[in-house]
Design a binder for this molecule. Structure first.
Ligand SMILES: [Zn+2]
Length: 349
């Protein structure tokens, strides 16, 4: 806390906001200037604003088929026009008074909910191939040198010590993942074991095994987790970078596109793809699709450097790399889940 306290967690009546205020504020023995309570976490103006943003803006994010956008925003120019439930009315007043803001329904920039030309071209069967060609040309390739290690997790393998169990799945199981198909078997791996566990959606009854894989030769991979440098006159609406970003954050309805993309990279002779994880945001604890003045953080250099400094990446290696000697299994260990913890904050119901 850098400024004088304005309120405290005990000032809030909604349980979610009160709990978030507890975590966002700072303990002190002095009485709250607003409610007089000494035991609550005190919040200064900046912390009140952060709390309002987390709860109302991030907390009201709505997914669309591609992309997502908050349905509530606040600023100092508008009076509150959102019809909040009765248990929030008092707390909203508190924010209005301290921050001098109003809360309103946010009409998102349409690119935030998938109005992105290259993304639309990928969804359309007649224009998909051409756009995939663009992706293969414009995205960089990365070479992983021989001797690199990464993990592959299996849930309930029938023979846990058998290295072949950690190769790409057998034919009947192909075509269920984001990038694999009958024509293009894939071994999914990551350098981040926790990410592998997330991706496997494990439950406590499962027997989990982690194989440490080592590359026997250099692998050339298409890096779809890269930030694509686009000319300054390319808007979010025209951005291939935004299209690929949204594609890999979308659910199963997007797999048809990503599988075609994967087949095209395979037929070009690449060894695989590095792709951003569905769990990227969960792992980093960032709000997805953040904007400043309607501009995506992805397009602003200082935010970009920050995002790039913490890559969370998945690897998809084409074919049957263990059978073909491209990768070796260095060791296999059982994974015991000791504790799973969730980090969360609240939003309006
Ligand atoms: Zn208080």
């Amino acid at each position: 806390m850098n400024a004088p306290p304005m309120a405290c967690s005990a000032c809030f009546s909604d349980s979610g906001l009160r709990a978030d205020a507890e975590r966002n504020g700072e303990r002190s023995d002095s009485p709250c200037p607003r409610c007089g309570e000494a035991s609550g976490s005190k919040l200064d103006r900046g912390e009140m604003e952060t709390l309002a943003h987390k709860y109302f803006v991030w907390g009201s994010m709505q997914r669309s088929d591609f992309g997502m956008a908050p349905s509530i925003q606040f600023n100092t120019h508008q009076a509150t026009s959102v019809d909040f439930p009765v248990w929030l009315v008092r707390d909203v007043k508190l924010f209005e008074e301290i921050l001098g803001v109003g809360f309103f329904h946010y009409g998102p920039n349409l690119w935030m909910i998938g109005e992105v030309e290259p993304l639309k071209a990928l969804q359309n069967a007649t224009t998909r191939t051409g756009t995939i060609e663009r992706v293969l040309t414009e995205y960089p390739t990365v070479t992983i040198t021989s001797g690199q290690t990464f993990f592959r997790v299996r849930v309930n393998p029938s023979a846990p010590r058998d290295p072949s169990q950690y190769d790409s799945p057998p034919e009947p199981s192909l075509g269920t993942g984001r990038l694999d198909s009958i024509d293009c078997p894939i071994l999914y791996a990551s350098a981040d074991l926790e990410l592998c566990l997330h991706e496997c959606r494990v439950s406590s009854e499962d027997d989990l095994y982690s194989a440490t894989l080592i590359s026997n030769r250099a692998l050339t991979l298409l890096d779809l987790s890269a930030f694509l440098d686009e000319p300054g006159n390319v808007t979010e609406f025209e951005s291939l970078d935004m299209a690929i970003h949204m594609l890999f954050l979308a659910g199963k309805h997007s797999y048809e596109i990503t599988r075609d993309l994967s087949k095209a990279a395979f037929s070009r002779g690449l060894d695989g793809i590095i792709f951003p994880s569905y769990f990227t945001y969960l792992r980093r604890g960032n709000m997805p699709f953040q904007t400043v003045y309607g501009m995506s953080h992805r397009r602003i250099p200082q935010f970009r450097a920050y995002e790039q400094s913490r890559p969370v990446q998945n690897l998809a290696i084409f074919g049957r790399p263990i059978r073909d000697g491209v990768l070796s299994v260095k060791s296999i260990d059982k994974v015991i889940l000791r504790r799973v913890s969730y980090d969360y904050h609240f939003g309006p119901a």
